[in-house]
Write a protein that binds this ligand. Structure first.
Ligand SMILES: *Cc1c(COP(=O)(O)O)cnc(C)c1O
Length: 485
């Protein structure tokens, strides 16, 4: 049911003379405002604020706060983004006064606790990735890609090598080619085979002495592990290039496979995905990177280090690319990652990935009769179904189905990504969902597919906003109410 109170603006709810609270007339002399403030600083007319009771205001904002779907309120099977449940314990620990009251300009001697935590989490990231050197600075996954590619560019510059190309498979996240272009590389798309794996012939065609980096997401955004990864790494390494691993899908392989062991030279994590930092709505993330020893000198400074007198920020790296973020990045997210990793420990983290893969395969097995999954019967932590047949037969698109799911109380899966699958519906249940929740999701899709097409094409019916113009909403957002509207 649509929520009347929340659908109106405060300006529309207002009535002249309404007040939040009434205080008795002030009986203390207040002096002359004109004497306390410079002339011209005082307004002549009172501001045009809506006049409301306290109840109006509280109800308005409380109701607004319930309109979004979130991992705390709904199943949120958004592929690639890993919307797992974020344990509240981590929130409590990250908001301890010893953490939130720190000032980033405190001297190292007065910041030993946080420096130790950051130093330790660097070690965990290195151990899980199999890559020894870490920078915590990048503020998001995409920023990690950019930072690592800048380090790679500096490495080639030092060696006097001119390499201009970054190769990216066609199933890659859009941030991969974007990061390559921002660093000044030319990004070249490598096509995939029908089964979703890298087409080795296409790769061989492009790998040469101009190749700086091959960027790969493994497991891929199709939810498949690229079994040719060692062969790919050998091919690229023989040509003097580097392998970048987009680590957005680490949720599938924690403690099971290490990128450093299967050929990666550098990678980023998305701790807000893999290690349960709350995210979505553009909220803060982090993009720590791990690299091989020969790329170590180029990492951003300052770095968190340990010396005989304790932990300190180390800027003594003359070949460094410099700073990419103020202080040590979004440390709130890193604190949560630290808590998450410590709470699970080595065996617990393996179980996280095993359960993520088990849940995804359970859902795949139950759904594939309803929605074909073109790339296989087995997956890692996510899979990509297709509404192509549904569109042909009944005019129902991936978007229609995604929108209708909202009416059934499920956040929509990722749609139309990766681009290699027509009418893609990418589903990642994560390890934090129960069998009952996944069964209910399958039941909802089953019921929806029995409905007349028109019901889906006009969905959602239960939400405040139905089908916004997505391009306009992103390019020309209207963020402010003005009286002329
Ligand atoms: C989320 C994601 C990114 C970008 O990460 P951000 O933290 O959102 O910048 C890159 N690649 C893949 C595959 C992703 O899923």
């Amino acid at each position: 049911m649509r929520n009347q109170q929340a659908s109106q603006l405060l300006f529309e709810l207002a009535a002249p003379g309404r007040r939040a609270n009434l205080l008795p007339e002030c009986d203390v002399p207040t002096g002359d405002l004109g004497q306390r403030y410079p002339a011209g600083a005082l307004r002549e007319q009172p501001p045009e604020l809506p006049e409301l009771s306290e109840g109006d205001v509280v109800r308005h904002f409380t109701n607004l706060s319930t309109l979004n779907m979130s991992v705390d309120t709904h199943f949120y099977p958004l592929g690639s983004c890993t919307m797992k449940y974020n344990p509240k314990r981590n929130e409590r620990l990250a908001s301890l006064p010893g953490i939130v009251d720190l000032h980033p300009l405190q001297p190292d001697s007065a910041s030993q606790g946080i420096l130790e935590l950051l130093y330790e989490v660097q070690g965990y990231f290195a151990e899980i990735s199999g890559l020894p050197s870490v920078s915590l600075q990048p503020a998001a996954g995409a920023h990690g890609e950019l930072t690592a590619l800048m380090a790679a560019a500096a490495y080639y510059r030092d060696r006097g090598e001119q390499r201009s190309k970054v190769l990216v498979p066609d199933s890659a996240h859009g941030t991969n080619p974007a990061s390559a272009s921002m660093v000044g590389f030319k990004s070249i798309m490598i096509r995939s085979r029908a089964d979703g794996s890298v087409d080795m012939d296409a790769l061989r065609e492009h790998v040469d002495e101009q190749t700086a980096v091959f960027m790969i997401t493994n497991p891929s955004t199709l939810g498949l592990f690229e079994n040719q990864i060692s062969e790919i790494a050998d091919l690229v390494h023989q040509a003097g290039g580097l392998i970048y691993l987009d680590g957005a899908n680490m949720n599938a392989i924690l403690g099971i496979a290490r990128p450093g062991d299967f050929g990666a030279d550098m990678m980023h994590y998305n701790p807000h995905k893999t290690f349960s930092g709350p995210h979505g709505g553009g909220g803060p993330g982090a993009g720590p990177i791990c690299v091989r020893d020969f790329l170590d000198p180029y990492l951003p400074v300052p770095r968190v280090a340990k010396g005989p007198e304790g932990f300190y920020l180390d800027s003594n790296h003359p070949q460094s690319i410099g700073r990419v973020r103020s202080f040590q990045g979004n440390i709130g997210v890193l604190v949560r990652a630290y808590c998450y990793i410590r709470a699970y420990g080595a065996t617990g983290l393996k179980d996280v990935s095993r359960h993520a893969v088990l849940n995804a395969n359970y859902l795949l097995a139950k759904l594939k009769h309803l929605l074909p999954v073109p790339m296989g019967d087995r997956c890692m932590h996510e899979f990509v179904a297709s509404a192509q047949q549904l569109k042909k037969d009944r005019g129902i698109t991936a978007m229609d189905l995604a929108k209708r799911l909202l009416d059934f109380g499920f956040h929509a899966p990722t749609v139309y990504f990766p681009l290699t699958v027509p009418e893609a519906i990418m589903i990642e249940p994560t390890e934090t969902e129960s069998k009952e929740t996944m069964d209910a999701f399958v039941d909802a899709i089953e019921s929806i597919l029995e409905e007349p097409a028109e019901q889906l094409q006009t969905a959602p019916q239960s939400t405040m906003v139905t089908r916004p113009d997505e391009v306009k909403a992103a390019r020309q957002p209207r963020m402010r109410w003005t009286a002329s509207h």
